[in-house]
Design a protein around this ligand. Structure first.
Ligand SMILES: *Cc1c(COP(=O)(O)O)cnc(C)c1O
Length: 444
């Protein structure tokens, strides 16, 4: 500051461009040190170079360089941001499906460093990879003779089909040859790994005799696929796993959502334990839908068949990493994950929270309303989960979605609803702050 005083004469303020600071001097500023720790030196240096270019162009005052760089730099080295899911869709594919429990998050952080994922610390020798996660999964599904984990549900089905059925035939009902989402079609996946589909029945109906007529020397297994994201109503019939198990060939059931045991709120959703007990030889499922864990795929069932799947060479290409194994074990062995907690919410509790939030906002702006949530992610199609929401003017949607933290609600009947089924109560205050900021953008 004294420098400026000494140089400046009335009416003859020096050209600020001549006071352009040196890059290393700017980089030494303590506030940029913190940014360097967070983002790396190259990124911060790039932002400083950009700012100094502006100073030379006369577009930025030299005294504002550090402020400008701090404002221009992102909060973290990853572009993924934490979003408040107020859509009421519990497993929201576009929002990363299942949020992890805090126990699973802790496990991921621990496993992120060097970890004994494949080492027996007692003997110092190589140990079975992910034994803790596999043991937790086996304990959670006692009906399974063996378990295996791969990258995702599609990989679980593809690997199982390939290991048990490559070059042979898989008998499957036409009505179960479904598209799951984003162009992912079960029949194309199966054919791409070299199994031939023998389709039976019609779109709406299939009978045991259809399967019987199709089964022959070339049959590797019968496949049952949970249609997941739609329901067929009216003149329909399908053969349950019990009926398929009586056909004398292995039954592979892709249940989709990864529910391990029956859930009272999801009476029509298949679960691994019941499906195995009904006679399925192998069950495949996702880890990040109703199981509430990390993205992964589960292969559960008959020890001989699951062993064949695990030892099949392609299994190596679908191996899960240590972060997934850590999160899966903590999801299975730890406290109830957020997905399960959301399913257990009571509507009157949610309504009470919605009223409290509405009352904390500008008078007349918000109203607490009853709403209907959904499982999402292809689980329990058509099932409405009784919920409650804060109703707001729809023009707040953009401001909330682009705020920090971003809040995703949904617009229906001319109102923006922030559904609380999928918002942990600990985030209610953040929701109030976010709505206030969206309502009064100027106030910081
Ligand atoms: C979701 C789903 C899959 C795919 O699982 P991903 O984990 O997304 O790969 C496969 N089959 C069914 C029936 C599903 O619902």
């Amino acid at each position: 500051m004294s420098e400026r005083g000494a140089e400046t004469e009335p009416g003859a303020r020096p050209d600020p461009r001549r006071r352009t600071p040196r890059t290393d001097v700017v980089l030494g500023d303590p506030r940029l040190q913190a940014a360097t720790d967070r983002l790396g030196r190259a990124r911060v240096k790039g932002a400083v170079a950009e700012a100094l270019g502006r100073v030379r162009d006369g577009a930025l005052d030299p005294d504002d360089v550090v402020d400008h760089v701090v404002a221009a730099l992102p909060a973290s080295a990853s572009s993924l941001r934490s979003v408040i899911n107020a859509t009421g869709v519990v497993v929201h594919t576009n929002l990363g499906r299942a949020p992890l429990s805090s126990a699973a998050v802790d496990a991921v952080v621990t496993a992120a460093g060097h970890t004994d994922v494949e080492l027996d610390l007692l003997t110092g020798r190589r140990g079975p990879r992910g034994r803790g996660a596999l043991a937790a999964l086996a304990a959670a599904v006692p009906d399974a003779g063996a378990v295996h984990v791969v990258n995702n549900g599609a990989a679980a089905l593809a690997l199982t089909a390939c290991a048990l059925g490559a070059g042979r035939e898989v008998v499957v009902a036409r009505g179960e040859l479904v598209e799951i989402g984003d162009g992912f079609r079960i029949p194309e996946l199966l054919e791409s790994v070299g199994v031939r589909l023998h389709e039976v029945g019609t779109t709406n109906r299939v009978h045991p005799a259809d399967y019987e007529a199709a089964i022959g020397a070339r049959t590797a297994f019968v496949l049952k696929v949970h249609p997941s994201n739609f329901r067929v109503e009216g003149f329909t019939s399908s053969v349950p796993v019990e009926g398929l198990a009586a056909l004398g060939v292995p039954v592979v059931a892709d249940i989709g959502s990864g529910l391990l045991a029956p859930h009272p709120r999801l009476p029509d959703e298949p679960d691994a334990a019941s499906t195995l007990r009904a006679g399925a030889s192998v069950v495949t499922a996702s880890g990040d839908k109703l199981l509430g864990g990390p993205q992964c795929g589960l292969v559960l069932g008959d020890a001989t068949l699951v062993g064949q799947v695990r030892r099949f060479p392609l299994a190596r290409a679908m191996r899960v990493d240590k972060l997934t194994l850590a999160a899966l074990e903590a999801t299975l062995a730890g406290p109830v994950p957020p997905v399960t907690a959301a399913l257990e919410q009571r509507q009157d509790d949610l309504l009470r929270r919605a009223r409290r939030i509405a009352e904390a906002l500008d008078p007349g702006l918000a109203e607490a309303v009853e709403s209907a949530g959904a499982v999402g992610g292809g689980g329990a199609p058509g099932l409405a989960l009784p919920s409650a929401a804060v109703a707001l003017p729809p023009l707040l949607a953009d401001g909330l979605r682009t705020g920090v933290p971003p809040v995703m609600g949904y617009v229906t009947d001319g109102r923006l609803l922030l559904d609380l089924l999928t918002v942990p109560e600990s985030r209610d205050a953040d929701l109030v702050d976010a709505v206030r900021r969206a309502t009064h953008p100027g106030r910081g």
